[in-house]
Design a protein. Structure first.
Length: 105
């Protein structure tokens, strides 16, 4: 019958000998490779999240600019706004009908 080993044997890592480590080297290497893939995948995911957030912010700003420009165009294309701009340049709207010019050939 084998002698029982006490908790001191396990607490001092006496069970970790070279045979145990060399016998399980493939498993240890596989677990290390999995850990590397896990860390790389988490870095990749975080980078993608930051990129998505940056693009969402850019879309929000571009949508705001589009709405502002569209409102300015709508305001400036009104007849009263155009008349005001022409008055500032020294032009005035016609009061009578435009005259038709006929060219004979």
């Amino acid at each position: 019958m084998a002698a029982r080993k006490g908790t001191g044997y396990y607490m001092s890592f006496g069970f970790l000998n070279s045979n145990l480590i060399l016998g399980n080297l493939k498993i240890i290497g596989f677990l290390a490779l999995l850990a590397i893939f896990y860390i790389a995948n988490s870095h990749y995911a975080e980078r993608n999240v930051r990129r998505i957030q940056m693009l969402q912010k850019e879309i929000h700003e571009l949508r705001w600019r589009y709405t502002t420009i569209q409102a300015d165009i709508m305001y400036n294309s009104r007849q009263s706004a155009m008349a005001q701009q022409f008055r500032e340049q020294g032009l005035r709207p016609l009061r009578d009908k435009p005259k038709k010019i006929l060219v004979e050939r």
